[in-house]
Design a protein around this ligand. Structure first.
Ligand code: TRP
Length: 340
């Protein structure tokens, strides 16, 4: 990482959606943690107001937010370095949303992929185009722009599906800056999906909760072992040579074991003499090494969510400090009073 990149501000929002599996960890969480660690200023927040557009169960919203917080903390997020907060704890973001709404053309929202997808789905089902579309979903990109612009963000690591949202945030910042005066920094996206690997699941297809072929990150050792033993293999005998690049056990192992272990297993597969049973044991050991401790930390946080509340409250204070500066500048640019 060059020192120039490191001096930039990086920000990520995560929606609170259930417990992660190791595919999520390898593909999204680990790369985001690495980026956060490599940048001087980093922000990571729980996008609970975004979740609220769809969640209607208060207990679920609360629990999911704790789970996602415990997850990132257990996997190595350093809350002393990265500003870690709940979106809903930073009211300045919502005021900023209103300032941005004033310069955002309605047509921009009409073009948003997520809104268009909802409309298409309704049309296909023969329903009214806007059935079940609330204003939170419709204006989702404005809130997301406020999340980003509030912290003077340079870089937003995202998956492909979120690229349009970052472009919209740039658009909105540009409208505002041109209409009034320079108040917002223009953010850029960084495709995170390309650094993170795609992990196969137990049956060899992409690991996904919807396929039911996933290995959750936070499970006890017995459950972890049971899942590893379920990985589907062909019927090659131990002595036969095997292709590591077409092998689910190896592919998962390659993402969690250290380099010398990975090289050794690759060689053993190619040479022959490495049976699937032994390889599964190696994989299990590597997964234990990677996730046993995080699982204990995760369970501790979930057993004492006050600790999570305390950390997120500290993060919110820091985030509000940043957001107040931006908001005050933007208010003043429009002719509204700056914040006192
Ligand atoms: N929309 C993102 C998602 O669905 C979550 C999100 C909300 C976000 N605000 C953000 C991501 C700001 C990056 C920056 O995954």
């Amino acid at each position: 990482m060059s020192s120039k990149a490191a001096a930039k501000t990086i920000l990520t929002g995560v929606k609170p959606t259930g417990a992660p599996h190791i595919g999520n960890y390898i593909g999204a969480i680990r790369p985001a943690l690495e980026l956060a660690a490599a940048h001087e200023k980093s922000f990571l927040f729980i996008a609970d107001y975004h979740a609220l557009n769809a969640v209607r169960d208060p207990a679920a919203l609360k629990r999911d937010s704790y789970e996602v917080a415990a997850c990132w903390l257990a996997l190595g997020l350093d809350p002393a370095k990265t500003v870690f907060y709940r979106q809903s704890d930073v009211p300045e973001i919502f005021e900023l949303t209103q300032l941005l709404a004033a310069v955002t053309p309605k047509g921009l929202m009409d073009r948003a992929h997520s809104y268009k997808a909802a409309v298409d789905k309704n049309r296909e089902a023969g329903r009214d185009a806007d059935a079940d579309v609330n204003m939170g979903l419709y204006t989702y990109p404005i809130l997301m722009a406020a999340d980003i612009l509030a912290m003077d963000t340079d870089i937003v690591p995202v998956g492909k599906d979120q690229v349009q949202h970052i472009e919209f945030a740039r658009d909105m910042a540009g409208y505002f800056n041109n209409t009034f005066k320079e108040a917002f920094k223009l953010p850029e996206y960084r495709l995170a999906g390309e650094t993170g690997a795609i992990l196969p699941g137990l049956d060899g297809r992409k690991m996904s909760k919807s396929y039911g072929n996933h290995i959750p990150v936070f499970i006890d050792s017995r459950a972890r072992r049971k899942l590893v033993m379920k990985i589907v293999t062909d019927s090659k005998l131990p002595e036969e040579p095997k292709d590591p690049d077409n092998n689910t056990i190896f592919q998962i192992y390659a993402q969690v074991a250290d380099a010398s272990g990975v090289a050794a297993l690759r060689e053993a597969f190619i040479k022959g003499g490495m049976g699937y049973g032994d390889a599964k044991q190696k994989l299990f050991d590597a997964l234990e090494q990677a996730f046993e401790k995080p699982t204990a930390i995760y369970n501790d946080y979930m057993a004492d969510t006050k600790k999570i509340d305390a950390l997120l409250a500290q993060g919110a204070e820091r985030a509000r400090g940043e957001a107040r500066k931006t908001l005050s500048r933007a208010r003043a640019a429009t002719g509204l009073n700056p914040l006192r």
